[in-house]
Design a protein around this ligand. Structure first.
Ligand code: SF4
Ligand code: SF4
Length: 196
């Protein structure tokens, strides 16, 4: 929390940032955010983000351009649409993450966590392909095996608390629709390969 406060104190709000977002197709929805946190609660990769999706929406509205575009959140987003389908204000948060990535790339901001973002994205996709859904326990385990024991130690307390509260499933359950999910993944990879 301390780093967020320091970051806000150092950032200079940019009054044009929100205007720029509001002017983008679908961007006007940013003004409707009620900061309920449903998006953050639904996000499977929120634990790897330096600011939650709810915080990103708040920073956008407050005009904290640098804070948003320097954040690893926009790169750690796995485009799963879980927030998108749950937002009570029907804000297309996944599209927002794409738009923010586009602005960051256009303006030369670097992904502060490029290697870990690639690993997280691959492990998330493998997880969904094998189970037909995400399993947080396996995502955490596979991510830590790929990124090293020191990154795992940082999250030990959080892992134990999630286990205690029953929010981590030790034994992964396959979705009944796993074969449909695999077909969707195969099709989207086929289409991505055909793109120029
Ligand atoms: S779920 Fe929607 S309304 Fe709630 S904080 Fe997230 S973006 Fe805002
Ligand atoms: S689309 Fe991105 S921000 Fe939204 S829940 Fe999925 S990973 Fe999180």
């Amino acid at each position: 929390m301390a780093d967020i406060r320091i970051g806000l104190w150092l950032d200079q709000p940019d009054s044009h940032f929100l205007d720029e977002i509001l002017a983008m197709p679908g961007g006007e929805a940013a003004a409707a955010c009620i900061q309920c946190g449903t998006c953050s609660g639904a996000c499977p990769t929120v634990r790897f983000m330096d600011s939650s999706p709810r915080e990103i929406m708040a920073f956008v509205r407050a005009g904290y351009r640098d804070r948003v575009l320097n954040s690893n959140t926009i790169w750690m987003c796995a485009s799963c649409y879980s927030c998108y389908v749950r937002c009570p204000k029907e804000i297309k948060i996944t599209d927002f993450m794409y738009k923010l990535k586009q602005i960051a790339m256009r303006e030369g901001y670097k992904n502060p966590d490029a290697k870990r973002a690639r690993i997280l994205s691959k492990e998330f996709a493998d997880n969904v392909k094998s189970l037909g859904r995400n399993n947080e326990m396996w995502l955490l385990l596979k991510y830590f095996l790929s990124t090293g024991i020191f990154s795992a130690l940082k999250y030990t307390g959080m892992g134990l608390s999630l286990l205690r509260t029953g929010r981590l499933e030790i034994f992964p359950k396959k979705s009944k629709s796993v074969s449909d999910v695999r077909k969707i993944i195969a099709k989207s990879r086929e289409e991505a390969a055909m793109r120029p």
